[in-house]
Ligand binder design. Structure first.
Ligand code: HGA
Length: 605
């Protein structure tokens, strides 16, 4: 989603700003722009194409300046057209970039119109620009502090003013913003990654902070306007271009990186000790009586899968809820529950808000499962388990999902051990299974040519059904989500037992029905569901464990999974569904890594 970069320096800062935007491109955006103070005047370039086009523009127009802000926009208010692209100006004196949504923009807009401000964009951001302008009395830092008091909603902003050379003011509430400290120059960005190469010293601003960047230092005020000291952290953000290598898209590369990502995520230790989650976990885990898992999208499906593990192995009651629902409903808090939040980026706005909501209700124990160690989510939870997926560029999550599953499986085993449900023999057996997982995944990846053959068929369809049972129902959900996201084929997933309660009405020869068929206790039930579909002329595409005796027949297409993998089977079964979605999307010619309307880190509500 939106990315912000800002800088004050004694050199032309435009190349640094453009490079920062390039590094944030993977998040997804629909327009971009940059503004600098050039000879004391704000000047800008904006594009509804890629950052490369913006770069051409700034070169052609020789846009240069030592104080600047830049932005990639994922439109929430107003179409992705040039007039709505940031930086947004107020009366040609002030420029702002904004990430987030201002909920009271209509009310504020009316007041500002009454004061004579004209609006030239449809964005909520323009309200902030005019508001700060209306409050400016020669001190930008003070004007921004005053302005943010009036904003409702989420924001990270960076602002410059023509009368304040070598000054950029930033503020955050609900959206991420970091300060990068340089020598005689300072930076702002929504992600430390954007500043790799410029600095490795960062301050992670806290909620409600307002900061002022000058050449010789940075000052910060907290939400009450009091001067605040924040820790400086050394972060070696890897900003190098991620190479595609032999792959066609990042998504394909990331699917094939899963054996490595999983082996990096499996703990090195010889057993499942709570200390894997944090120093204080051994004291706390024994007291936990239930789990509340909060997440969105693919991470929500990893939580749903984990519920089966947690209840069957650790015998601990587990509730899984979509973060954007939980944060707005009345719920009954349980201070003895462990709240688990799951997010690849650790900046997912809805999940962060749900975490905050849980804490405000009195939940004391929180754990994040996250792929970014410096993220807001990791900083705001008591315990953490970091997945080691590495940078995920494709908007459709793949290796982040399977590494989350590994993390949650480790959590289930750890809680099982603490609660006396895991014998030493079981522990070493599970450890063995986990360690063999990367090799097992490699043999699943070898199915790619067979899946490509199916994807040709799928690319001509407009609808698909996905079926799974038990542990594999969330995997069917994830398979349907992957297909929707990148091929734009309408797909729905059902627990196979639900077919006859409604979706069977949709089954015709034109409807492919993808089925996940592991050899587990529900296999015979699943086979009956398969027959129900066949009896109605439906075309079944089944990923079956080799010992299931489900074989190719009229209307029944089977790909055999190389290994039967017990409780860890969801991690293997999701991989062919990722490949099916990927190759179907390729056959349809969509923009696989940047599907329309979607963004990578969902930093707005
Ligand atoms: N609301 C602003 C910024 C949107 C955003 O943060 N996207 O990630 C706009 O629509 O311009």
């Amino acid at each position: 989603m939106c990315g912000i970069v800002g800088a004050v320096a004694q050199r032309n800062i435009v190349p640094v700003l453009i490079e920062g935007l390039r590094r944030l491109e993977y998040r997804g955006y629909d327009s971009c722009g940059v503004a600098v103070l050039a000879n004391g005047e704000p000047r800008r370039a904006r594009s509804v194409a890629r950052v490369a086009d913006l770069d051409d523009q700034v070169r052609d127009t020789r846009l240069a300046g030592a104080t600047g802000i830049a932005h990639t926009r994922w439109a929430t208010h107003g179409a992705p057209v040039t007039d709505n692209a940031h930086p947004i100006f107020s009366r040609d004196t002030l420029a702002i970039v904004h990430n987030g949504i201002i909920e009271n923009y209509e009310t504020l807009g009316e007041v500002l119109r009454g004061k004579g401000y004209e609006f030239v964009s449809q964005t909520d951001t323009e309200v902030i620009a005019h508001l700060i302008h209306s409050l400016y009395r020669g001190d930008l830092f003070a004007a921004v502090r005053e302005a943010v008091q009036q904003l409702h909603g989420a924001y990270a902003i960076a602002v410059l003013h023509k009368d304040q050379p070598h000054t950029v003011v930033g503020a955050r509430q609900g959206s991420p913003l970091v300060v990068g400290l340089g020598d005689g120059e300072n930076f702002l960005a929504s992600d430390a990654l954007a500043l790799a190469g410029s600095t490795d010293r960062f301050i992670f601003l806290e909620e409600g902070d307002v900061c002022e960047l000058k050449l010789d230092g940075v000052r910060i005020a907290d939400r009450d306007g009091q001067p605040a000291q924040r820790d400086v952290r050394q972060v070696a953000a890897y900003g190098g271009a991620v190479e595609l290598g032999p792959y066609r898209h990042f998504m394909q590369k990331e699917i094939f990186e899963q054996p490595r990502a999983i082996s990096d995520t499996i703990p090195q230790a010889d057993g499942f000790d709570p200390s894997l989650f944090g120093e204080a976990a051994p004291k706390v885990f024994g007291k936990i009586d239930s789990l509340l898992i909060l997440a969105c999208g693919t991470s929500y499906y990893s939580g749903l899968t984990a519920k089966y593990w947690l209840e069957s192995i650790a015998k601990i009651p587990t509730q899984v809820e979509i973060a954007s629902e939980y944060r707005y409903r009345d719920s009954v808090p349980n201070p003895n529950a462990l709240v688990v939040v799951i997010s690849q980026s650790g900046e997912t706005a809805d999940t962060l808000a749900a975490l905050k909501h849980a804490q405000s209700l009195g939940h004391q124990h929180t754990l994040s499962v996250c792929n970014v160690g410096t993220s807001a989510m990791v900083r705001q939870t008591e315990f953490t388990f970091l997945t080691h997926a590495g940078r995920e560029i494709g908007v459709a999550s793949t290796k982040a999902f399977t590494t989350q599953l590994v993390a949650l499986f480790v959590l289930a085993l750890t809680l099982a051990k603490v609660r006396g449900h895991l014998s030493a023999a079981q522990e070493s057996n599970y450890l063995k299974q986990l360690r063999h997982l990367p090799a097992a995944l490699n043999s699943v990846l070898a199915l790619e040519p067979q899946i490509i053959a199916w994807s040709e068929e799928f690319s001509r369809k407009e609808n698909a059904l996905f079926l799974g049972r038990g542990l594999h129902y969330p995997i069917a959900l994830e398979g349907a989500l992957k297909l929707k996201e990148i091929s734009y084929i309408h797909a729905e997933a059902y627990p196979a037992g639900e077919l006859k309660h409604g979706p069977l009405a949709l089954v015709t020869e034109a409807m492919p029905v993808v089925t996940v068929a592991p050899n587990d206790a529900l296999l015979e039930k699943l086979k009956s569901n398969i027959q129900e579909v066949r009896a109605r002329g439906g075309q079944l595409y089944v990923f079956a464990d080799s010992d299931t005796r489900i074989v190719n027949a009229e209307g029944l297409h089977v790909i055999r999974m190389p290994e039967h993998y017990g409780l860890l089977s969801p991690i293997l079964h999701v991989v062919p569904l990722q490949l099916l979605a990927y190759h179907t999307a390729c056959a349809r010619g969509t923009d696989v890594d940047k599907p329309r309307n979607l963004a990578k880190s969902v930093t707005v509500e």
